[in-house]
Structures are given as structure tokens and as C-alpha cells.
Design a protein. Structure first.
Length: 397
């Protein structure tokens, strides 16, 4: 347990960041900070009491005779310096298994113990968050690695560039594509779609208000995660894979040419040129040129509009519509009221209509139906609903 004020710890890290950064660099390269190196770094900066403070604030911990930064501080510095290592896809696939296991337990116990169900929903949300962060880190790191390889900052030879490009492709980029590809049935993105469909149903019709709200928050998180996953997948397909292929192609050609120049007489070479006599100007040059210019004598104006309006995603604000309904009470035809309210905001879709129908489950209102009255017809963008005329009043009135 740390008995110090949090601001004191942050002030210490800020004042002595050079020391902590050097310890981080050593641990990153050696996986451990040897005792001699630790003492040398502490005495190098001649900071009074810095060694004791590192242990008092639990920034450093002993590992047998050596030392290491605690994971929480190591991860913070790694994130700030954007020096996190790319995770193997094997490590990321564990999130697919944990998400599947938690999803199955939620489905099996959805009507069981409410406390356990809420804990499982929170755990699932945390696993989805960790998966998103892992994919984002891998994308950033792989982009940096491939661009550095393309620029050849370390001036490695072409054969080594081919080996590295093949390494990134085989062990990282292609497996990550498989994880993010929604068309692959075993991909994590596909599993998130299945979870999202189930959660969407429960957020609309689950009996318990608290759990229904948790399902709604989880559904919003899943929608954003799926959007981010699609964007990252496009980056892997449209940028990383072509980038690596260009490196491999360029390196193969140059490597082959250099090897040929080293031993030009090892194998017979084909004739590169064929002797042939031709006029420098074609006999048809005048007619071809005339035809070319005639193509551009009459041109039409072309307008290119690259601005594409992004349609904002409609999110159901239950509190807002509940307040509107209570102000409008009594409502003689609930579905007609829904139609009027939604059309003020744009097109009426099935999702918007079904979301508003969840207001009928609120305990503060009372619903009655007139079986003799005519049915109400509601036309959405792609459906037609024939529904009874429901009268909504305050509960007890």
C-alpha cells in the first residue's frame, strides 16, 4: 500500500523523468535491470534520496538480486513514448476466446442472478476495450516498422530487408487481417457482431431497468468498436499489405541485379536488344497528332464535388423521449405520436420505431387498447406496420 499523496508521485516522476526513462530503456532492451546498472544510473544523476524514493513510491521492485519497473509505470512510459512492441496475433486471439466465453455465460444466465449478470456484462466490456487497444497499438507499431523498413534508416542490405518484410507479413499482418475480417466466421470482428445483435435485443426489452441500461451502454461500445475494427482492417489491407509487397518486389529486383553484377559470367544472359532499323518518325504521325488534338476541341465542363456529407448515427435518448411522452399525456394513439416525433428528426426507420416502443414498459404510465377502433398504419423507410391504437395515460389515473 502506498501512503503518499498521488500528486507527490507525479511530481517525483516529472522531476526525475530522465532517470526513470533510462531505467525503462534498459528494461526494454534487457528485460531486466541488473543491480550494477541500477546503482550506476541512480548515482549518475546524483539525486539525493532518489533510490529510496523509487522503492517508497513502488515505482521499482526487486527481482531476486536485480530490479524492474512495475508494469503500471512501464506501460505508461511505453504509451507516452509510443514504443510499445507489436503484439503477436496469437496474443490478441485470446480476447476472442474470452469474449466468446463471457458471451455464452451471459446468454445462459441472462435470467439468473442479476448481480452475477451485471458483473459479466462489465467483464465483457473490459475485454472488448482491451481488444480495441491491442489492435490500435499493433496498427500504430506495424505502420512505424514498415515505414522505417521502407526508408531503410539502419541501412541494412536488401536480402535482410526481404527477410524482415516476409517476417512482418507472415507473422503479423496476414494473421491480423484474419482476426479483423468480418467475412471470416472465426474472426473476432464476426464474434462482436453476434454479441452486438444479442445485446441490441436485450437493451430494448429486458425487464430490469438497471440491466437494460447496462445492455444499452454495452451496445454503444460494441457499435463504436466494430466501426474502429473496420477502419483498422482497411488500413491493414489498403496500406500495410501493399507497402510490404512494394518493399519485397523492390528488394528482390535490386538484390538479383547486385548478385548478377558480382558474377556476370556465371550464367549466360539473354540478348537485351534486337538489331532493327526504323525511322524515328512514323509515317502516320501527322494523322495521329491531328486525331489527338481533335479529341479535345469540344469538351464539357466537369464538376467534382469531393465533400461527402457524413450522416450522423441516430442514438436513442430514452430520457428525452420519456420526458416528451409524459408532457404529452394523455396520448390517445401512441404509435401516431411516435410517427410525429420521429419525423421531426428525419426519416422513420424500424430501429427508431422499435426503440420508442420500449417506453411502453415504463412503470409510470398505463396502457389501454380499444379493440373496436381502427388499426393504425405506420410506414417506415422499408416496412409497413399495422398496429393497434394504444391510449397512454399516467399510472393510476
Amino acid at each position: 500500500m502506498i501512503n503518499e499523496e498521488p500528486i507527490s508521485i507525479f511530481n517525483f516522476i516529472s522531476r526525475h523523468f530522465d532517470v526513470i526513462n533510462e531505467l525503462y530503456t534498459v528494461q526494454k532492451e534487457e528485460r531486466i535491470i541488473q543491480k550494477e546498472i541500477f546503482e550506476k544510473i541512480c548515482s549518475k544523476y546524483n539525486a539525493e534520496g532518489i533510490r529510496k524514493t523509487l522503492f517508497r513510491y513502488k515505482i521499482v521492485k526487486p527481482v531476486q538480486e536485480d530490479f524492474e519497473l512495475r508494469d503500471v509505470y512501464y506501460n505508461v512510459i511505453e504509451y507516452i513514448l509510443v514504443e510499445f512492441r507489436p503484439m503477436l496475433p496469437d496474443e490478441i486471439e485470446k480476447y476472442g476466446q474470452s469474449i466468446s466465453d463471457l458471451f455464452m455465460k451471459i446468454k445462459e444466465g441472462v435470467y439468473g442472478d442479476k448481480l452475477i449478470l451485471s458483473e459479466r456484462i462489465i467483464a465483457l466490456s473490459e475485454e472488448v476495450k482491451k481488444f480495441t487497444e491491442a489492435v490500435e497499438k499493433n496498427k500504430i507499431r506495424l505502420l512505424a516498422e514498415t515505414r522505417e523498413l521502407k526508408a531503410n534508416v539502419k541501412r541494412i542490405d536488401y536480402s535482410e530487408k526481404i527477410q524482415k518484410a516476409s517476417h512482418w507479413t507472415g507473422y503479423y499482418i496476414l494473421p491480423m487481417n484474419r482476426i479483423l475480417d468480418v467475412n471470416y466466421s472465426e474472426s473476432i470482428t464476426n464474434k462482436l457482431f453476434n454479441v452486438s445483435e444479442f445485446v441490441n435485443q436485450k437493451r430494448l426489452n429486458f425487464e430490469d431497468e438497471g440491466l437494460r441500461s447496462m445492455f444499452e451502454r454495452l451496445h454503444k461500445q460494441l457499435i463504436h468498436t466494430i466501426d474502429d475494427t473496420r477502419a483498422n482492417h482497411k488500413t491493414f489491407i489498403n496500406e500495410l499489405l501493399p507497402f510490404i509487397e512494394r518493399i519485397k518486389t523492390e528488394s528482390l529486383i535490386l538484390t538479383g541485379w547486385i548478385n548478377f553484377l558480382k558474377k556476370p559470367y556465371k550464367t549466360p544472359t539473354p540478348k537485351l536488344f534486337k538489331n532493327e532499323r526504323n525511322n524515328p518518325i512514323s509515317d502516320k504521325m501527322f494523322l495521329n497528332t491531328k486525331e489527338y488534338f481533335e479529341m479535345f476541341q469540344t469538351t464539357e465542363d466537369v464538376y467534382i464535388d469531393e465533400d461527402i456529407d457524413q450522416i450522423p448515427r441516430w442514438m436513442f435518448n430514452k430520457t428525452l423521449y420519456k420526458t416528451k411522452l409524459q408532457v404529452s399525456l394523455p396520448v390517445n394513439d401512441f404509435f401516431k405520436w411516435c410517427n410525429t416525433e420521429i419525423k421531426h428528426e428525419g426519416e422513420l426507420t424500424n430501429e427508431k420505431l422499435l426503440s420508442l416502443m420500449t417506453l411502453l414498459f415504463d412503470e409510470s404510465i398505463q396502457i389501454s387498447a380499444d379493440e373496436k377502433s381502427d388499426k393504425t398504419i405506420i410506414n417506415t423507410v422499408n416496412s409497413k406496420f399495422i398496429v393497434p391504437k394504444l391510449k397512454v395515460t399516467k399510472n393510476g389515473i
